[in-house]
Design a protein around this ligand. Structure first.
Ligand SMILES: [Zn+2]
Length: 332
């Protein structure tokens, strides 16, 4: 064996030993609450045992931490896992993530081929990856309003029922409006029809720009479809739009991340509007993200005196009800 390789191994062994004795601390993360994460070591979390070597730990690319004694269970109903590392996802499981909905997104999809590859990737690759890490995977497929292809829409949508056979498809999404206009509305209406044909709920996105006007337009289109109100989750709601969405009877999605709401803002909306039909997600993996959005929101809700029942609902159970998934995914 070449000498350099032996030396490399010795160095790796030393590095492994050093890492195994290093505490990983997150001071101040949950100040005032039970100390959730204090020490930890690297290991392979997919196999539930410590890594045998630094090489194996690096390959698994995950972080082992001592699990908190009382970890709540979360369902992230909007998680772009294809934009997150294994280490991020594994850290999320340590903080209580049990299940996630991975929707199709504003990916670089300009052709039928790109879209089909994106869909396949979510249904197969991402689902297997999440499962291995310990997160129950669910998928939503659809054409995002920011990436409507010039040609081949019907060909893309025809693939959705075929992929539903895999059993992981539980919703159509993300669909919705981005800038508005006839073409976006036409594509949205077509996908609402598809959702009804397949008997699936929809994940309907709203944009940051011109939010109130486009949310109102989205609601009008949802209302003119035959989709039952409880079958649509209107995503990225904020203080400006939540009242109108609630009045129309649709489920409300609050996204806690640097692009949308802070945990405190989401908690204030939960306090004001109650937990009925409210689903808090991280929407992480697409742009600026906060992988600890759900535990952080739970912490703020708890500090503000909201009951464990409300916290469980908005961070897990309401997502299960919306997606028609058994609540037992949160306890497994
Ligand atoms: Zn998204």
């Amino acid at each position: 064996m070449p000498e350099t390789r032996v030396l490399g191994r010795q160095r790796n062994a030393k590095k492994s030993k050093r890492l195994a004795s290093q505490p990983i601390s997150r001071p101040g993360l949950f100040a005032g609450r039970t100390r959730i994460l204090t020490t930890g070591f690297r290991r392979s979390c997919s196999e539930g045992r410590p890594a045998r070597s630094w090489k194996e730990a690096s390959r698994a690319s995950v972080l082992l931490v001592s699990p908190p004694e009382t970890t709540p269970a979360y369902f992230d109903a909007h998680l772009h896992s294809d934009g997150l590392s294994n280490q991020d996802l594994c850290s999320m499981t340590v903080f209580g993530l049990k299940a996630a909905l991975v929707p199709a997104r504003d990916a670089v999809c300009d052709s039928v081929k790109d879209y089909l590859a994106h869909f396949q990737g979510l249904i197969q690759l991402q689902a297997k990856r999440l499962e291995k890490i310990g997160i129950r995977p669910y998928a939503a497929l659809g054409v995002h309003p920011a990436r409507i292809p010039w040609h081949g829409l019907e060909e893309i949508l025809a693939a959705v029922p075929r992929l539903a056979v895999a059993g992981r498809l539980v919703a159509i999404g993300e669909i919705g409006l981005e800038k508005g206009g006839a073409r976006e509305e036409q594509v949205l209406e077509r996908q609402l029809e598809l959702a009804q044909e397949l008997g699936l709920p929809v994940l309907a996105t709203t944009p940051e720009r011109d939010k109130l006007r486009l949310t109102r337009r989205l609601l009008a289109i949802l209302r003119s479809s035959n989709l039952a109100p409880e079958s649509a989750l209107v995503e990225h709601a904020n203080a400006q739009t939540i009242k109108t969405i609630r009045e129309c009877g649709y489920r409300i999605g609050l996204s806690v991340n640097p692009m949308h709401l802070t945990a405190a803002e989401a908690a204030a909306l939960v306090r004001t509007y109650g937990s009925d039909g409210l689903v808090v997600s991280s929407a992480s993996g697409d742009g600026a993200s906060d992988i600890l959005a759900l535990p952080h929101t739970a912490s703020v809700l708890e500090e503000q005196g909201l009951s464990p029942l409300i916290i469980r609902r908005v961070l897990g159970e309401n997502a299960c009800v919306f997606l028609r998934v058994g609540k037992d995914v949160l306890t497994r």
